[in-house]
Write a protein that binds this ligand. Sequence first.
Ligand code: CA
Length: 225
Amino acid sequence: MKILLVEDEAKLGRAIKRGLEQDGYAVDLLATAEDGLAYAETETYDVILLDRMLPGGADGLDICKALRKKGNTTPTLMLTARGEIEDRVDGLDSGADDYLVKPFNFEELLARVRALARRPPEAVPLVVVAGPIRIDTALKRVSVRGKEVRLSKKEYALLEYLAHHPKQISSKDHLIEHVWNFEADVLPNTVEVFIRGIRTKIDDPKKDSLIETVRGFGYRLRVGA
Ligand code: CA
């Protein structure tokens, strides 16, 4: 993901560039409208960030208008020091896709850039694999050693929780808190009953249970199994 940043305030420009680079973007930073436009026309960017007010004759709006006129549709975010409604209208009229008023929160800038780049937010993996257990969290299906296993809703929720936290020993109270809702009146014994139910469905009777009981502490998946 490559970003063009046109910002004449050197300190701010460097800070934005550094922050974006830390998030994995490659950033070209230019300080004038002239240079910015020249880069925008010769390089390919995923997102363009334009400071509204730039020194000299042209500003961010002019860059944006010039690019759109030439058919360049790179998603563009306008950074503006003023928040007046006219600025917003001007910014969007120029063909900018979004605008952000200075001073802004960097996380907010990142969120806008991500949205413009259509980069999906960090996705939770849909398939969780823990040892021989494979859980498709979208379809709520579980298979063990390649064979599909039918679990009740609560059994599934328990197993999914354990699989999401493979290194953690989960106490019964902890599981009650995370797997049952607040209204439910659940006793630690109930957890034992459900764990036993899951074991009968997923375990190979000749081997140790895939759900290890850690005496005095709770349960943990035996993922090396
Ligand atoms: Ca400026």
